[in-house]
Design a protein around this ligand. Structure first.
Ligand code: EPU
Length: 418
């Protein structure tokens, strides 16, 4: 086990390059199972979740090769349709294999992901939509047994826009018989990235990026080459870090249009944010103004930046209110931030934060991926000692070399064995 140590108090300066998006790379790697041949994927981040996805797919017979930073994926010889519980339990996104397996083989045995730290996170919308497409399903020993002769296009309405649900059904629909219409679909940039990959494979998809996606099933797909979009949550995390530390940083290789809500909110705190093509220049201010947020589906403020924005509000002037609109339990970072002196009250899905002049160093425990990032940010401004962040395997699921990137920006941060 490893921990991250931070000696806070340094203003960040310099340039950071953003890695590929975890939440785009995961469905795109899964989509390579839709057809055999050699797919070539660029900009795949080096993360634990990506490793887990590759391990699960290797168990299904998919082979992977890295060639000069390009990931080659070959699913010519699938040998199994079963995803094992011991791997699935570490990563919910393995549910993304259900759509491709049914599309390619008409059957799948997938371990049902359980709840996780941030909420119950059911997959009932995925399953209902697949049932609408003709899939027979039963639950046995915690596994979903699913089978279908041939997937059939259907009119599907999601009660809530679900990101992985939309992705799963898009992958199921691309070779289904007939037309699938997805209503109240998710509009996140990761959906568009998957749609672009699927179109390169020969799929007929329209409307991605709107709440109605229309897919006409095609008989044949071909392997494709694709470069994954940059990670908007990683970019947003560095933006907030610069705002918190009174920094002056350039964020390179991001897509500012994916970050509109975060940019607007940061500007409202007095932070200087300038967009330069695929880059951002973010400069902190002496006095951080407080600002309220409510997390919402894209293009609203992302839930995956809520914990980090809360860390910023902990040192803002005055009171702020954060409403979590996506997950029911995504305030688990609060008790750890309190250990660093933050004043936060929780009432249901609302957090009321009283900004303070400073945060204090402390040993803290990472509880989920984005919670871990908020503790790192808090540690970067906690002066007068060491902040130790434990259980950082959560962090390694979704941030590539985070301590190296912060160190290059001048932070005193390093990793040690527990
Ligand atoms: N929901 C249901 N039933 C379903 C599916 C979703 O009730 O069948 C509910 C969820 O419980 C939640 C809401 O609908 O309240 C939206 O959840 P969604 O399905 O969109 O979440 P997800 O697809 O499981 C993805 C990201 C998350 C991100 C959310 C929201 C991936 C692999 N994961 O999860 O990323 O928070 O969308 O944007 O794409 C992270 O990276 O830290 C992370 C948690």
């Amino acid at each position: 086990m490893e921990k991250i140590i931070i000696e806070g108090g340094k203003a960040l300066k310099g340039t950071v390059r953003i890695s590929g998006a975890k939440n785009a790379a995961l469905p795109i790697i899964a989509s390579c199972m839709l057809t055999g041949g050699r797919h070539r994927l660029h900009n795949i981040p080096r993360l634990r979740d990506i490793k887990t996805m590759k391990s699960i797919m290797s168990k299904l017979g998919v082979s992977f090769r890295e060639d000069h930073g390009i990931l080659e994926v070959n699913s010519d010889n699938l040998t199994s349709c079963e995803t094992p519980y011991d791997l699935v339990k570490t990563m919910r996104a393995s549910i993304l294999l259900l759509g491709p397996l049914l599309a390619r083989y008409g059957k799948a045995r997938i371990s049902l992901p359980g709840g996780c730290a941030i909420g119950a996170r059911p997959v009932n919308f995925h399953l209902k939509a697949l049932a609408d497409m003709g899939v027979d399903m039963s639950l046995e020993q915690g596994y979903i047994n699913a089978s279908v002769d041939r997937l059939t296009g259907a009119n599907i309405f999601f009660d809530l826009p679900t990101v992985t649900g939309t992705e799963n059904i898009m992958m199921a629909a691309v070779t289904a018989h007939g037309k699938t219409v997805l209503k109240n679909a998710a509009k996140e940039p990761e959906i568009l990235d998957l749609a672009n990959m699927l179109r390169k494979m020969g799929a007929d998809i329209k409307g991605d990026g709107t709440d109605t996606i229309i897919i006409h099933g095609t008989k044949r797909l071909n392997p494709a080459e694709h470069s994954v979009i940059p990670d908007r949550i990683e970019a947003g995390t560095f933006m907030i870090a610069s705002a918190m530390t009174g920094g002056d940083i350039h964020i390179e290789g991001c897509r500012p249009e994916h970050l509109s809500a975060a940019i607007k909110k940061l500007r409202s705190t007095g932070t200087f944010v300038e967009v330069n093509g695929n880059g951002l220049h973010v400069k902190g201010t002496d006095i951080i103004e407080s600002s309220d947020i409510k997390t919402m589906p894209f293009p609203g403020f992302p839930t995956d930046l809520q914990a980090q924005f809360m860390a910023l509000m902990c040192i803002a002037k005055g009171w702020s209110m954060i409403r979590e609109g996506i997950f029911e339990n995504r305030f688990i970072h609060v008790s750890e931030l309190r250990r660093m002196g933050a004043e936060i009250e929780i009432n249901g899905n609302q957090a009321l934060i009283k900004g303070r002049d400073r945060l204090l160093p402390a040993p803290v425990m990472a509880t989920d991926l984005r919670a871990s990032a908020s503790l790192i940010l808090a540690g970067l401004v906690a002066e007068g000692g060491r902040t130790e962040v434990h259980r950082i395997y959560h962090l390694d699921r979704g941030y590539e070399a985070i301590e190296k990137k912060f160190r290059n920006l001048g932070a005193a941060i390093w990793r040690e064995k527990e």
